[in-house]
Design a protein around this ligand. Sequence first.
Ligand code: ASP
Ligand code: MG
Length: 402
Amino acid sequence: MALIVQKFGGSSVADRDRIFNVANIVKKTHDAGNDVVVVVSAQGDTTDDLIAKAAEITKNPSHREMDMLLASGEEISIALLAMALTEIGVQATSLTGWQAGFRTDRTYSSARITRLDTERIESELNRNRVVVVAGFQGLNRLDDITTLGRGGSDTSAVAIAAALRAERCQIFTDVEGVYTADPRKVPGARKLAEITFDEMLELASLGAQVLNNRSVELAKKYGVELEVISSLNPVPGTIVKEKTKEMEGMLIKGVAKDTNVAVISILEVPDEPGMAFKVFGLLAQKHINVDIILQSTGRGNNKDLTFTVPLEDADKAVEILKEYQSRFGGDEITVNKDVAKVSIVGAGMQSHSGVASTMFEALSEKNINIKMISTSEIKISVIIDRDNADRAVSAIHDAFIH
Ligand code: ASP
Ligand code: MG
């Protein structure tokens, strides 16, 4: 008898029919002789609706009260799913995050799990009951309710799978798995059979919103294999694991677009030691994340510094740089918000040459200008005009994936 963790996202439990659909999937797994722990998110857009409700009351809700409010969404789901399971003859117990033993640090609205006491879950399993746990929530040392950040139910599921050494951790969603590109935009996008944790992390941070980033980090840390599958269509999904079989011709696993980016340039900065430190030290101090950095070679006694920041931080970054400009000098500070980052990800590029040039050729054929380039072991990113982003993704995707 194996222990299986099954997580269902908001769209999978959106209404009565979807809840019974989930109950039937769980029943099947349980009837096959497995112990099952189910983790659920809030129904449909409930979390967004709750956020909107708070906004009707105040512009500045306390984080503590926000967590109190948002946690209620998952509590509705667990109770309804437990009732549905009972209705179809499966004994089930719903547990809130804290009943299930989730303890977290104090950071309301993006708390980290510090401990998971599994006694209650285990005692319910020992009574042959299916346990339905509210994702996304825990309790801090003040015994206040905390939430784990948007999409945090994935992390709850992985944490349970790790703590109970589950045989499998299945993440059910409304897509059939992880794709090589957004299938709604790129018709040739293919579903991947397997992807590594590292590739998944890169894709997740690049805006492929299948799995929450932290959940993948946690899965990697504890070696929990994840299976991303559809709750609506019973076909094989995508396995996320440490190492995958190198598929013939599969040099890259995905192309992703990120429009949450802006480019800032500081022109004519003195070409002398310590300049990069002065500029980026300042931004780090102000908690602004800098991603791609480009420094021109010196002309005369000056050089240009160009870098990207998250779009929502762009104005703040420029303001700070102008305020402290006397520290590093330089001339004009410009910002370009009409850009996008397009990236390819694949562990295969470590052992193959020519991956970058294939990407650049695809862009060149479409006459798309590259503003910045950055590479890591398993990723190549370019910054281009935002208007070209979708065309770029398609062209690059077609160049690699046939
Ligand atoms: N309900 C929460 C959210 O929408 C958590 C989750 O769905 O995982 O972000
Ligand atoms: Mg949700």
